[in-house]
Design a protein. Structure first.
Length: 673
């Protein structure tokens, strides 16, 4: 049923401006308002084909479709993602004969091309005798390929792939790019090599993926500007979730708009999706420069949370945020002693129990715990498991299965010679062996690979990592052989750096074996590993992006602290405890799929969602804000706080530790926000 427009919505409906940016806050009816604009335009006689309803994700597209139906817009108005929109235009260009449609390929095929590109770059480095420290053996490691894939997606979203020239090996541009994106230059080189394989001649594409539609259409329109006149001309463009727009999408809409009207709605304080290339400037300076005649209309009244949260987020963002009078959101502050290990996590678990017990109507599924980064969930997961509170990880992997933790777990097995838990838990062997291979290094080609250590029939046909997984799955104790005889063993073709790392890990393995009798507990072993190996450097090799590597290093530190809480119990006991925790988590996730589990997630995944009760842990210096860019951190906190409907709980250090209070919420920075 259509809603009666609010005064703010009425002002938007009455505007006839050529370009309108609706400056909205969370839960203020953004999508509903766009649907109202679409309905009103149709009612005035505009044909559905002349109206482009666009979103940036499938989820947003579905919500847009629902709101259009609610507002009784014509059924012929079907929202599209901007990728689908670009695809339609590409098909049209193909029918016009100005473009030959290349095959569409999926992730598996892209991986093959990326591996080929990486090999090409590695060969060029070799032939020039460069002493690159980069580990080019990506084909063995799904995580590294996926990471490369994500980098490629971001470069495309930011239109940076269009800046690659014919032969930019070692070009200054790539170094600048690498520095700006905080990535090793070799990753940029691989992406450039991949793009050269994909687009051997300008405008001639060998294949396309989802991520290519928008940048490729832009490329074609730049090469043949005249064909723009032969494409459809829409009279009205309605774009939802404008805070997610990236450079490629912004440029495409600017080009296709021509004489049409453009109405976009977004919340500039929700610009946090750097991975898809979202940037604040597309809602501020760049937008103003592109559309000098734009009119800015507000949607400042939220329908999600009450006045207390509205005041708090208004202070945080220096923007007026109002709540409708009927809504009430309780704000709690939960204090913890930051000097006591695990205190924040126990406070969180206690608060969940209090909420659940106090109002039996509160289901666990109505509660979300939202952290700034995923490494902050280790203590929380442990506290929830200890308290018997069922939870599911959303958009993150449970700490027990993260590569850096599996790597440390593998070292615990090897150091103690205890493999019982792996005997009972074969599914964990694959990710564990893969993590070990990623952290040390593994010869990628079967040709140079010594497979004597792996007794597998027909082994020569298999890639080395698969052989290893098969062997260790058959006999978990062979993890030791895998480590000594394969991952840490020098192989023909290893770079000097790889050889150096292998030597360091081999020395670590030998030292652990020698000191086995004195390394009694898991904590002892992990501290010894930390003393023997430069863990931050080892992690940086496996996880090239600095921010992610930092998070992985923090995960390891939390994990070592957790092992410390087990005192001098033998390593095998700790491994059993981990296995036990993992089993409890798996049982819950499977068995309770339709029953109550609370959600444990990060701000990035929480964006676009809402819960009745939201708990934000670790609101302290160094944890939230996490990075130096306080404006960005403020947006992260805004997104987190605005997910709450009925209650919002902020967990921060107690009075005695005021010095650790988050500058986002206290002191000069917060006041001057
Ligand atoms: N004029 C109105 N009168 C009553 N309810 C309204 C009105 N406009 C929107 N709503 C309701 O407000 C709620 C939020 O609307 P909507 O989902 O469009 O918000 P949004 O700003 O897109 O949310 P998000 O911040 O999650 O993207 C919905 O339940 C919607 O039905």
């Amino acid at each position: 049923m259509a809603h009666e427009p609010s005064p703010e919505q009425t002002a938007i409906l009455q505007s006839r401006a050529n370009v309108v940016l609706i400056d909205a806050v969370a839960g203020s009816g953004k999508t509903t308002t766009l649907a109202m604009v679409a309905g009103a335009a149709s009612a005035r006689g505009l044909a559905p084909v002349a109206i482009a309803c666009l979103a940036f994700s499938d989820g947003a597209k579905k919500r847009f479709a629902q709101k259009l139906a609610e507002e009784n817009a014509p059924a012929a108005l079907v929202p599209m993602t901007i990728t689908e929109f670009a695809r339609r235009h590409l098909r049209k260009l193909a029918t016009l004969g100005v473009f030959t449609q290349p095959p569409q390929i999926g992730a598996a095929k892209v991986r093959d091309h990326l591996v080929k590109a990486a090999q090409g770059v590695w060969m060029r480095h070799q032939s020039r005798g460069s002493d690159s420290e980069f580990d080019f053996g990506i084909e063995q490691n799904r995580d590294r390929i996926d990471h490369l894939f994500a980098v490629l997606r971001e470069l495309k979203a930011r239109l940076l792939t269009h800046q690659f020239g014919d032969d930019d090996f070692g070009s200054i541009g790539q170094y600048d790019l690498a520095e700006a994106l905080d990535l090793p230059v070799e990753l940029i080189e691989i992406c450039a090599a991949y793009e050269r394989l994909r687009e051997p001649d300008a405008g001639d594409f060998g294949w396309q993926t989802e991520d290519d539609a928008v940048p490729d259409l832009l490329r074609l329109l730049a090469l043949q500007p005249d064909v723009l006149d032969q494409l459809w001309q829409h009279a009205l463009f309605l774009v939802d979730e404008w805070h997610d727009v990236n450079a490629a999408e912004f440029a495409l809409l600017q080009l296709l708009k021509r004489r049409g009207r453009l109405v976009v709605v977004g919340d500039r304080d929700q610009v946090i999706d750097a991975a898809r290339g979202a940037e604040l400037r597309f809602s501020t300076d760049t937008f103003r420069a592109a559309y000098a005649d734009a009119v800015y209309l507000p949607l400042h009244r939220t329908r999600r949370f009450g006045a207390a949260v509205a005041r708090a987020v208004s202070k945080l963002t220096s923007r007026p945020v109002e709540a409708i009078p009927e809504l009430h959101t309780v704000q709690h502050r939960a204090a913890y002693d930051p000097d006591v290990a695990g205190a924040c996590a126990r406070t969180v678990a206690g608060h969940v129990q209090a909420l659940h017990n106090a109002h039996h109507a509160v289901k666990l599924s109505e509660i979300a715990i939202i952290t700034r980064e995923d490494d902050q969930t280790i203590d929380i997961e442990n506290a929830l498991l200890d308290a018997g509170i069922p939870y599911q990880c959303e958009g993150i992997v449970s700490y027990l299965l993260r590569p850096e933790i599996l790597f440390m777990r593998a070292l615990l097995h090897i150091a103690s010679g205890s493999y019982d838990t792996l005997e009972q838990d074969k599914p964990t062997i694959r990710p564990m062996v893969t993590a070990l291979a990623a952290f040390v290094s593994m010869q990628s080609s079967a040709q140079h690979f010594e497979s004597d250590y792996l007794q597998v029939s027909g082994a020569a046909q298999k890639v080395p990592l698969e052989q290893a997984i098969e062997t260790v799955t058959g006999t978990p104790a062979s993890l030791q052989m895998f480590f000594d005889g394969i991952v840490t063993r020098a192989q023909e073709g290893d770079s000097p750096l790889t050889l150096n790392w292998k030597a360091r890990f081999a020395a670590c393995g030998a030292a652990l074996a020698e000191r086995r009798a004195s390394l009694h507990s898991a904590h002892d072993v992990l501290l010894a590993v930390r003393a023997l190996i430069d863990l931050p450097a080892a992690v940086a090799r496996a996880v090239p992006r600095r921010s992610e590597a930092d998070a992985a290093v923090r995960s390891i530190a939390h994990f070592i602290d957790f092992a410390g809480t087990f005192g001098q119990r033998p390593v095998a006991d700790f491994l059993h405890e981990l296995r036990e925790r993992q089993a409890r988590l798996a049982a819950r996730t499977k068995g309770n799929r339709y029953r109550a589990q609370l959600v444990l997630t990060t701000v990035r995944t929480a964006k676009g969602q809402e819960w009745e009760h939201v708990i934000l842990p670790y609101l302290q210096r160094g944890e939230f804000p996490r990075g130096p860019d306080l404006a960005e951190e403020r947006r992260f906190l805004y997104v987190a706080m605005t997910r709450a409907k009925g209650s919002l709980t902020l967990c921060e250090p107690d009075e005695a530790h005021r010095a650790l209070w988050s500058p986002l919420l206290h002191g000069d920075v917060a006041r001057g926000a």
